[in-house]
Design a protein around this ligand. Structure first.
Ligand SMILES: CC(C)(COP(=O)(O)OP(=O)(O)OC[C@H]1O[C@@H](n2cnc3c(N)ncnc32)[C@H](O)[C@@H]1OP(=O)(O)O)[C@@H](O)C(=O)NCCC(=O)NCCS
Length: 168
């Protein structure tokens, strides 16, 4: 797979990625950092600024478009610089795979890649969070060595979040 930051010329492929989610009755785009709520040019600028200068609250982070044979497969958010309290609440890594390409091993490969980036950045462990009922995401995390260390109620009303630790 290929991983890279978004550029302005990606507008059409991201619009198509979003459209596919809508066609599958999904109206939120995981790991997109507000893509659908933002002006596209501003979004690209924000993602590139997060990678180079960083954000005062979240530190430096990467949002990679993940391609397989030129097709946009998923989005991968690597927040390798998070303060501890945010890491504990949101996790250091987030991902989403387009609906028609799920259950083919992509998220497992993307998380593996994100872990290698975090290791390269000097992290010795990462926290990952997902809703307890998100079977696919929990399986993705466990396949990458995640060990459940806590559960929390209430981050979103009526939803229990599960938190996993992965030692690098
Ligand atoms: C969660 C998500 C990223 C998984 O992506 P994926 O590419 O389908 O995952 P993989 O193909 O690598 O599969 C990983 C594991 O999940 C399992 N899995 C995948 N889809 C599943 C499903 N619908 N139900 C149950 N298990 C599922 C796979 O079988 C595999 O486990 P196994 O090898 O032990 O069988 C994808 O479903 C998605 O984008 N969901 C919406 C966004 C989201 O939930 N993001 C994560 C937020 S924490």
């Amino acid at each position: 797979m290929e991983y890279r930051l978004p550029i302005l010329a990606d507008e059409d492929i991201l619009a198509e990625y979003v459209r596919e989610h809508y066609l599958h009755q999904e109206n939120s785009i995981s790991a997109s950092l507000g893509l659908i709520e933002s002006d596209f040019d501003d979004w690209v600028e924000k993602i590139n600024r997060n990678a180079t200068i960083g954000d005062c609250e979240w530190g430096k982070s990467l949002l990679y478009l993940c391609f397989d044979q030129q097709m946009l497969i998923g989005l991968l958010s690597i927040r390798y610089n998070l303060p501890k309290e945010l890491s504990k609440k949101y996790g250091d890594i987030g991902y989403g795979v387009r609906p028609t390409k799920r259950n083919k091993g992509y998220a497992t490969a993307m998380l593996k890649y994100a872990l290698s980036v975090c290791k390269e950045k000097g992290l010795t462990e990462v926290v990952l969070g997902c809703y307890k009922d998100n079977v696919a995401s929990s399986a993705t995390i466990k396949k990458n060595g995640g060990v459940l260390f806590g559960e929390e109620d209430g981050y979103k009303k009526g939803k229990v979040s599960a938190y996993y630790l992965i030692k690098l």
